[in-house]
Design a protein around this ligand. Sequence first.
Ligand code: SAM
Length: 235
Amino acid sequence: MDSVECPRGCREPSNTKEDTVKDDFTPSKIGTKDYWDDAYQRELQTFKDIGDVGEIWFGEESMARVLRWMERERIPENAAILDIGTGNGVLLVELAKSGYTNLTGIDYSAASVELARSILQTENISNVEVKEVDFLNCPGELSCFDLCIDKGTFDAISLNPDNTEEGKACYVQALRGVLKEDGLFVITTCNWTKEQLLQMFCQGFGFVNELPTPRFQFGGKTGNSVTAIILKRLH
Ligand SMILES: C[S@@+](CC[C@H](N)C(=O)[O-])C[C@H]1O[C@@H](n2cnc3c(N)ncnc32)[C@H](O)[C@@H]1O
């Protein structure tokens, strides 16, 4: 499998070498819908051909980390949970297998939605809703979630060459709209540090916790390649 350097240096899985993101925060085709439509059409075909579910962004541990936190926090099994930009929906599969019963996944790529539905069906999981929705343009379509999860989607939106700043602001506003008051948001990102996230989500959100992620050392400094934090929607 080929890999590309993620903007802040973590290794990201990818299908082709041209996908390489070279500079910090350089807008990239990885931030476009065309990119994801192509990627998931290929992954859907591969799934149909050989049953491979495709890339799990940030690896299996990124899902286990979120699930461990949910268990520690005693998130109720019937909590309304939204996976924003679900991709292949494998996180939804893991959540369902862990006993969560009120799960919704959304993605703006029709091929991703078809892939996620196919994988859920193969796993005999029938009570998960997967919808084709553009998170940045869904006023009123989604609401009252107890927990929203984002793994790599805010990263993708941050890299959109057309409307990077607008996209980020729109995302924060949309998140406020879909979460209940006191609802929680877990984000895993390789583009943004905790401090940057706290700045971007300062309007209407409060910091709850940071989840430990692998650390690396370079030039005498220690840093994280992936950041995972929990925010709460304030009143
Ligand atoms: C890096 S992938 C992560 C996929 C999945 N969360 C995972 O962890 O495997 C980013 C996902 O965000 C989706 N996405 C990007 N912008 C979106 C938007 N505005 N609305 C809904 N989904 C979006 C893409 O189609 C893609 O599935």
